[in-house]
Design a protein around this ligand. Structure first.
Ligand code: 5RP
Length: 220
């Protein structure tokens, strides 16, 4: 079976009746959402907060009850994907461009479960370019300042135009090669004027569910 599907479906075992759930974004969480919808049809009572317009659309189509982030201040659990995870459970997220909403939702979640296929479990973060969401105004200046941290930032392009996030911002994909201190870099990046948020999730994930050769491994 597809490793993303394995991990995505396995995470649903952590969901219990009455939970308020953060619904992540991407092709791994897709399987979680499908499974959740099945359970909702059979009577599971949950309310979801989507982390992107794509997830909102999918969850609505499948009949998962949704609430807005503004109407609550606590979530029981968020299930989301990632682009890289290291053994300290530090993450790079934002390959799908939803990192800001994902981080906001994760920040009010009692528990964050990350679902990945085994290729994303790495010794060092940084081979995957770090997505940084920035405002459009003066983006070249912001990019320049970020490059001084030792990376090569590239404006994300989709269909020959700059990729625009759900929040109306740009994304810089920053090629660091190796990130030694994710905690420090997270803070440093977010101090740069023009940076809205970056894709490093530090001290946020509680459990990683890895899909691997017809089985899953849970790391907490
Ligand atoms: C979106 C994300 C995704 O969770 C991440 O890119 C993983 O996606 P996929 O499950 O499709 O591999 O952070 O902003």
């Amino acid at each position: 079976m597809d490793n993303k599907k394995l991990a995505g479906e396995k995470a649903v075992e952590y969901v219990t009746d009455g939970m308020f759930l953060g619904l992540g974004t991407g092709s791994t969480v897709y399987w979680t959402i499908l499974k959740l919808a099945e359970l909702v049809k059979r009577g599971l009572d949950i309310k979801g907060v989507p982390t992107s317009k794509n997830t909102e659309k999918l969850a609505k189509e499948l009949g998962i009850p949704l609430v807005s982030l503004s109407s609550i201040n606590h979530l029981d659990l968020t299930i989301d994907g990632a682009d890289e995870v290291n053994p300290n459970l530090e993450l790079i997220k934002g390959g799908g461009g939803a990192l800001l909403r994902e981080k906001m939702v994760a920040s009010i979640s009692e528990s964050l479960i990350i679902i990945i296929d085994e290729s994303k479990y790495v010794t060092n973060l940084g081979e995957f370019p770090l997505p940084v969401e920035i405002v459009q105004f003066g983006w070249e200046i912001t990019s320049n300042q970020i490059s001084r941290l030792g990376c090569n930032p590239k404006l994300r392009i989709k269909d020959n135009s700059p990729f625009i996030t759900d929040n109306g911002n740009y994304i810089l994909d920053c090629y660091f090669e190796k990130i030694q201190d994710a905690y420090k870099l997270n803070g440093t990046l977010n101090m740069i004027p023009g940076v809205v948020e970056n894709g490093l999730f530090v001290n946020m994930a509680d459990t990683i569910v890895i899909g691997n050769k017809n089985a899953t491994i849970d790391i907490s």
